[in-house]
Write a protein that binds this ligand. Structure first.
Ligand SMILES: Cc1cc2nc3c(=O)[nH]c(=O)nc-3n(C[C@H](O)[C@H](O)[C@H](O)COP(=O)(O)OP(=O)(O)OC[C@H]3O[C@@H](n4cnc5c(N)ncnc54)[C@H](O)[C@@H]3O)c2cc1C
Length: 349
């Protein structure tokens, strides 16, 4: 059982900034995310796009914002359960909650902050008969650890950035990489498309377009696939088939937790973004209230106010006095201390 003060569901920008604000109040956080990496929409959908409306950053790449948020919260030593979806929640007699993931990992906390954005991203799966049978037996929808593919035969299908970038990356890891796309044109960044072309010329990537994977074969595990191109069927031996067709967001299991839902978002009050269940808050894109704007800076603001209420629930009767970080400095849970240099006092003759 993982125990923490604030259990955050969703490691997008809102969830990541909550770690920092909670840390200032000496509250520890643990995050759960269905995706293998943190950053939410910023790292999954548009890591290389510049954002222009983060206060104080005239321009920042979404991927760099994620890196900075991780760095900013690092000293407060957050825990992570990545690649798992929060599935069920149970209220305990002592008022705390137990949240269990689809893989059975249990987490307990007095406060739950749902920062689930558009919901948990589910991979779009190709419609191939018996694909479910080969899941985790050679068919994967995410690449969590590229080393799994070392010296293996890999087939990737898809036409976006993920399919292109992973084909390029695995060309130097796997023994054979085949990229299959149903069109001749790719939707990815120009330099990724060019790199694939280059690796194709060097014989490091087999490119099959326009084509589709139409059948999977193998006893107990994946051993081969059928590719249909111009009506012709080609049999390919492979150890792995990785369809990278993008992700579709779904509020998913959180929708069944007894929370008030309005148009696929969780209704909250505007005092501290608490839901209709005391102790459960919803912050960032996942919530709704009058005048709601789905912007990163709004998620940061909501996280900050929510942490103040979480502090009061966890420390009843204790008064918190707001201090500027410039004045109080920051004491990390890892023993580090950051503080502004002391003012130099000089006398004037
Ligand atoms: C192309 C694009 C451009 C954008 N440009 C801007 C911009 O310029 N400025 C701006 O302010 N905003 C922009 N946005 C919006 C911005 O990305 C969102 O407002 C922001 O990502 C919301 O952050 P979040 O942390 O609330 O949610 P998200 O980023 O959606 O993160 C939520 C996370 O929760 C996880 N999750 C959900 N349910 C579960 C569950 N049950 N179990 C486990 N994990 C779960 C998801 O996997 C996800 O990682 C843009 C969005 C897009 C798509």
């Amino acid at each position: 059982m993982i125990k923490t003060d604030i259990l955050i569901i969703g490691a997008g920008p809102t969830g990541l900034f909550t770690v920092f604000e909670a840390g200032l109040l000496k509250l520890k956080c643990h995050l759960i995310d269905a995706l293998p990496q943190p950053g939410g929409q910023c790292s999954e959908i548009y890591p290389k796009k510049p954002i222009y409306d983060i206060p104080g950053f005239p321009e920042v790449l979404a991927g760099d914002l994620t890196t900075n948020l991780l760095e900013q919260g690092k000293q407060f030593e957050p825990g992570f359960t990545m690649g798992e979806r929060a599935e069920t929640i149970e209220k305990q007699e002592d008022g705390s909650f137990i949240v269990t993931t689809n893989k059975g990992t249990q987490h307990q906390a007095p406060i739950v902050a749902i920062a689930g954005g558009l919901g948990s991203f589910e991979p779009r799966k190709p419609k191939i008969e018996n694909i479910a049978y080969y899941e985790e037996k050679g068919v994967e929808y995410f690449i969590k650890d590229p080393e799994v593919y070392r010296d293996k035969k890999v087939v990737i299908s898809g036409g976006g950035d993920s399919a292109l970038d992973w084909s390029v990356f695995l060309a130097n890891v796997a023994s054979e990489v085949t990229l299959i796309h149903r069109r001749n044109e790719f939707r990815g960044a120009l330099d990724s498309v060019e790199k694939v072309q280059e690796l194709k010329k060097l014989g490091k990537i087999n490119l099959i377009t326009p084509a589709e994977v139409t059948a999977l074969h193998g006893n107990n595990k994946l051993e081969g696939i059928t590719v249909t191109k111009d009506g012709e069927k080609i049999l390919l031996e492979t150890d792995h088939f990785i369809p990278l067709f993008g992700l579709s967001p779904k509020l998913g299991p959180i929708g069944d937790w007894g929370l008030e839902i309005v148009k696929n978002a969780i209704k909250v009050d505007t005092l501290d973004y608490q839901t209709n269940i005391p102790g459960i808050f919803a912050i960032g894109d996942v919530n709704t209230y009058e005048g709601k704007l789905k912007l990163i800076l709004c998620g940061f603001h909501e996280a900050t106010l929510m942490c103040q209420s979480a502090y009061k629930i966890i420390n009843p009767g204790k008064k918190y006095v707001l201090k500027y970080t410039t004045v109080s400095g920051i004491d990390g849970f890892d023993g580090t201390r950051k503080e502004a240099p002391k003012a130099v006092v000089q006398s004037i003759n």
